[in-house]
Design a binder for this molecule. Structure first.
Ligand code: GTP
Ligand code: SPV
Ligand code: MN
Length: 580
């Protein structure tokens, strides 16, 4: 039996179901990418952008009903419902295959089925994992070129012929009524039909690296998290590596490549969306980025907010659902003050200032990570980078201070589990609704979250010195609805405080929810921020927190006896510290 034999058999089965007129095995080469781009420009799937100002950049407009992840159509299909947990939609494997099978049957008739062997993680890493995905979307193939390591490298990393995640994808008719994103963690299998967009369709990302990945990570003793990875370099040249979880469209890409407003401090980018973390033989937590590129939010990306991203998307980039200026340049809200006259919106219609946004709020760029000016020289180190701190951040207008530190690992797990956030355009549905999103993993934990908390709580038995755990919130607002904290490059001030906490030199005051910096503990040199605004963004209020934690008990309650008792104890201790 060869390394490809099981994959070949699975591809045959997929072709029998979907009936493509051609099956093409992809090799991941530049020539293959260029040919795909050329054919998509020819058939209108892609629009070539200005070759002088945006060389080798293209615009794709997705179906207007297919512009974000659809969580309500995303399922974990375990034999036992309990194993998916209350945090996931569940369907039995038989029902899932029966329902989606109807949408897949003959769905590729007259079309090409592309076979994509891909590797998640750096070449040569024992952490890296292979997948074999089939799809009938050339746009998905080109995107997978940028987001994964594609071709024979995948087979080289398989430990046996069946050591891959199989992914069956078809755009179907793109109707949300016939769309399903299905995960079978017990079969290392993903089925996705009816969407060509982002996390619904680029199966290596959320489906493999997070949902199936998290289930594997639990079994094998590692962590698969919705986290950016960055190195913070101090003026002496010492680098501290941090991984930070934040919900969708809540600041990971921006923080991962932040340009520091503090002289002498700088950030090195390792990853912007997903971290695979394992404990090495010395008990050190180490992180690799399973991805090869960035699928980043376009709106509000500007030379002011994110100069590195603005620079990296000036060539070799695929834009999706952004606006188009008369000079064939991409445009989105926040890039410049105003779109030039004659701009077309994300659906290609004439755009009027003052009307609906020109770019879709979840419009994105897809680009290779090594185009980022701040990419860390060691970002593909097979061993990963040593992690000294883990951060949980979310988007909250009120209550949550700019930054605070957990008392210890267990308390940090509690803080992560109690995180809630305002929803964004990255998912279909209402924007700005506060929901509980533990560790920013609510949409991505591929198994019962009670078991996920237990897995996190068990990590210190193998960790020599567990990383410090912090909470952050860049999004606290004043009474007028304005952000209290300027964010972006100024966030380096918060990172600096973390580094100094790790070294034991930064001040903080104890509060019932953790260690909060005093206003003077944050380096505010050169920062134009009124003292009362700084105080307000760091403010802790016991009454607000009691209210904040009110619905945590029912949230925990959904998990019944499966929830580790430690979580309830942490909640009770916190409420006791908060008083009445
Ligand atoms: P996914 O790719 O969906 O997982 O999201 P992400 O967490 O990488 O989100 P990203 O960094 O792209 O942030 C998306 C939105 O958050 C954009 O509108 C940003 O402008 C905004 N944002 C990021 N950082 C800050 C900040 O420090 N302050 C404020 N006010 N907004 C920010
Ligand atoms: C997210 O929604 O967290 C993303 C974008 O990173 S997508 O790949 O579409 O899931
Ligand atoms: Mn994400």
């Amino acid at each position: 039996m060869t390394m490809t034999s099981m994959a070949e058999k699975w591809v045959d089965d997929a072709a029998r179901l979907t009936q493509p007129s051609r099956v093409t095995w992809c090799d991941g080469s530049k020539a293959e990418y260029d040919a795909l781009i050329e054919s998509m420009v020819k058939d209108g799937t892609l629009l070539a952008l200005n070759p002088r100002t945006y060389p080798n950049c293209y615009l794709h407009r997705s179906h207007p009903q297919d512009v974000a992840r659809t969580e309500q159509l995303t399922f974990i299909c375990t034999r036992e419902r309990e194993d998916a947990g209350p945090n996931n939609n569940w369907m039995s494997p038989a029902e899932a295959k029966d329902r989606a099978g109807q949408y897949f049957r003959g769905s590729m008739r007259g079309r090409t089925m592309y076979v994509i062997p891909y590797l998640m993680g750096p070449a040569g890493s024992s952490m890296s994992r292979a997948g074999v995905m089939v799809t009938d979307s050339a746009y998905v193939v080109a995107s997978m070129h940028l987001m994964t390591r594609m071709g024979s490298v995948a087979f080289q990393h398989m430990r046996s012929a069946d050591d891959f995640i199989a992914g069956l994808h078809s755009i179907g008719d793109l109707s949300p009524d016939r769309r399903l994103i299905l995960h079978f963690p017990e079969e290392n299998l993903i089925w996705s039909v009816g969407s060509g967009y982002g996390g619904n369709a680029l199966l290596g990302k959320k489906c493999h690296a997070l949902r199936i990945g998290s289930a594997q990570a639990r079994q094998e003793g590692w962590l698969a998290e919705h986290m950016l990875i960055l190195g913070v370099e101090d003026p002496e040249g010492h680098i501290t590596y941090i991984a930070a979880a934040m919900p969708s469209a809540s600041g990971k890409t921006n923080l991962a490549m932040v340009v520091s407003s503090l002289p002498g401090w700088r950030a090195w980018t390792v990853g912007d969306d997903i971290a695979w973390m394992h404990v090495d033989a010395q008990g050190q937590l180490r992180a690799t980025n399973p991805e090869r590129g960035f699928f980043g939010v376009a709106p509000n990306t500007s030379p002011k907010t994110n100069p590195n991203a603005t620079a990296m998307v000036r060539s070799n980039t695929i834009f999706t659902n952004v606006a188009l200026t008369p000079s064939s340049e991409p445009w989105w809200e926040g890039l410049t003050a105003q779109a030039p006259p004659g701009t077309l919106d994300w659906q290609g219609r004439a755009w009027q200032p003052g009307g609906a946004p020109a770019a879709h709020p979840n419009s994105r760029f897809t680009v290779l990570a090594d185009q980022c000016p701040s990419i860390a020289p060691n970002w593909e180190d097979p061993e990963g980078v040593p992690i000294s701190a883990l951060v949980f951040g979310s988007r909250r207008s009120a209550v949550i201070p700019l930054v605070f530190e957990a008392f210890d690992w267990t308390h940090g797990v509690f803080l992560g589990s109690s995180m809630s956030t305002e929803t964004t355009a990255a998912i279909t549905g209402k924007v700005g609704v506060v929901r509980r999103d533990p560790m920013a993993m609510l949409p991505f934990c591929g198994y019962n979250m009670a078991d996920y908390f237990a897995h996190w709580l068990g990590m210190p038995t193998r960790l020599g010195k567990p990383p410090r755990i912090f909470r952050v919130n860049w999004f606290r607002r004043d009474a007028d609805g304005k952000f209290l904290w300027p964010g972006y490059g100024e966030n380096m001030r918060v990172l600096k405080w973390m580094v100094e906490r790790i070294r034991g030199t930064a001040h903080a005051v104890e509060s019932p929810v953790g260690w909060i910096p005093t206003p003077s503990a944050l380096d505010t040199s050169g920062l134009e921020l009124a003292p009362d605004r700084l105080r307000d963004v760091l403010r802790f209020d016991a009454g607000e927190w009691r209210e904040e934690l009110q619905d945590l008990r029912p949230f925990y309650g959904q998990f019944g006896g499966r929830l580790p008792a430690v979580m309830d104890e942490q909640l009770a201790q916190t409420l006791a510290r908060l008083g009445r």
